[in-house]
Design a protein around this ligand. Structure first.
Ligand code: BG6
Length: 469
């Protein structure tokens, strides 16, 4: 298929990963334990502090020792950018140390050097779905203001060390996760109980402040640095034209837009203030917080896009819900879904791009998108993942249309260019990669890397700057 509109020169084609989902080596190099290390069943399930349970995150796909081989494969596909996260616990094992762990920093020095060797732009997520367990156990997670200072120390160490080597950054992955998985997002946990909304919103406030401080500090160090927010986009359609459905869809979207609103505009929107008041939640704010938020607005809007959602007020329909990484919702009769129930909606991506660009007038960066599927390794090391190619092609076509609509889009890093451990369900059976990893959900396999059919396809897409789909 030929897309009609070309992407801009220097468009950042590539892939995205997270430390805890692929590095492995969870207790090597001086690394401390993170929240992911005690979440054997994924981000939507309660942690198990005992550590005994089979946990795929502990070994990941061993990127820690195979990163050179993996980056060489990304380079072969022609990657312009590679988004990865820094494991906080490699740098500050318990989170509250005064000085960083040099061995941890050296690992990322090496990864960055390797990317540069292949002319791949590193894109860093400072915090992706994991925080030091020490900050959970000893400080109670992000509800504690002190964690802002610990994050600041962590972020500043990274910015000091890498600002001249790395231009693109994100402060928190899918920051709206806090509303849906407070342990993963904020290290909040109540045994056999519910985390209070007061604690959730207080933690979110602390992350906004921490993020804004990192943005301001980055700007001091390098004037052309680009530091973005990162939200899991969750566009919601009204199921019907019933005004109540529309109202519900709007309210649901605000659970997501709240985050980018604060990070892109630098203040709490009136609808959030009203909502907090109605819930009886009072945020503890320090005197400078408003000024910090205002000064630290992001340079671009990073977001993930996997699916769209539907809102209805119809009780019967509500009984029939479908899956997603953060939310479950009502089935959209016009869409097909993946084996994990994620509704495939390429046009929704065009809509999201337009909405976000209209709202903020800041460049957009699609930092995750992709299809989790069961792949079959056939004789002769062949994986015919045509369904993945179809999914990605359809989404890239809609991206091109969004650009034609006038959206300023700077890049696209699809999720998991190499198979890795999934976040919501902690499996290896659910694969996203162009590169197959011979390792299964039980943790068995040789860890060998094998190119799938989509490998050559994506290479062609990048070589043609998105024209040859
Ligand atoms: C996003 C996360 O929500 O979705 C990633 O930022 C995650 O960490 C991705 O892996 C896909 O979700 P899953 O559950 O299929 O791995």
């Amino acid at each position: 298929t030929q897309a009609t509109q070309s992407f801009k020169d220097g468009f950042l084609w590539g892939g995205a990963v997270a430390a805890n989902q692929l590095e492995g080596a969870f207790n090597e190099g001086g690394k401390g334990l993170s929240t992911a290390d005690v979440s054997p069943n994924g981000i939507m399930h309660p942690p198990n502090f005992e550590l005994g349970e089979h946990n795929l995150y502990h070994q990941g796909i061993d990127f820690y020792s195979k990163y050179k081989e993996d980056i060489a494969l990304f380079a072969e596909m022609g990657f312009k950018a590679f988004r990865f996260s820094i494991a906080w616990t490699r740098i500050f094992p318990n989170g509250d140390e005064q000085t960083p762990n040099e061995e941890g920093l050296q690992f990322y020095d090496d990864v960055i050097a390797e990317l540069h060797k292949h002319d791949i732009e590193p894109v860093i997520t400072i915090s992706h779905y994991e925080m030091p367990l020490g900050l959970v156990k000893n400080y109670g997670g992000w509800k504690n203001r002190q964690v802002v200072d610990f994050y600041e120390r962590f972020a500043n160490v990274l910015l000091d060390r890498y600002h001249d080597k790395v231009k693109y950054w994100m402060t928190f992955n899918e920051i709206n996760i806090n509303l849906h998985a407070p342990f993963t997002g904020a290290g909040l946990y109540v045994e056999n109980g519910e985390v209070s909304e007061q604690d959730i919103y207080q933690s979110i406030h602390h992350q906004f402040v921490a993020s804004a401080k990192a943005v301001s500090y980055g700007h001091e160090l390098r004037s052309d640095i680009q530091i973005g927010c990162m939200i899991a986009s969750m566009i919601t359609y009204p199921y019907s034209s019933k005004p109540e459905d529309m109202q519900k869809a709007m309210q649901q979207d605000r659970n997501t837009l709240f985050f980018s609103d604060v990070q892109a505009r630098g203040y709490y929107p009136s609808y959030v203030k009203a909502m907090l008041e109605q819930k009886g939640i009072t945020l503890q704010m320090e005197q400078d917080d408003e000024a910090i938020l205002q000064a630290g607005t992001v340079d671009y809007i990073g977001f993930s896009y996997y699916m769209s959602f539907v809102a209805t007020t119809d009780e019967e329909l509500l009984k029939d819900s479908t899956g997603g990484n953060l939310l479950t919702g009502v089935k959209n009769p016009y869409l097909k879904a993946t084996d994990w129930g994620w509704q495939i909606d390429p046009i929704g991506l065009r809509t999201v791009c337009n909405q976000l660009y209209d709202r903020y007038q800041k460049p957009l960066f699609i930092v995750e998108n992709g299809m989790g599927a069961v792949d079959k390794l056939e004789d002769g090391d062949v994986v015919n993942d045509d369904y993945r190619i179809d999914y990605l092609r359809a989404h890239i076509e809609q991206m091109a249309l969004a650009v034609r609509d006038g959206v300023d889009l700077i890049g696209y890093t699809s999720w998991g260019p190499i198979d890795l451990v999934s976040a919501s369900t902690a499996e290896l059976k659910k694969r996203y990669g162009y590169i197959y990893v011979d390792r299964d959900s039980e943790g068995n396999g040789s860890n060998r890397r094998i190119k799938k059919k989509s490998f050559d396809w994506y290479k062609r897409v990048i070589a043609s700057n998105g024209q040859n789909l």
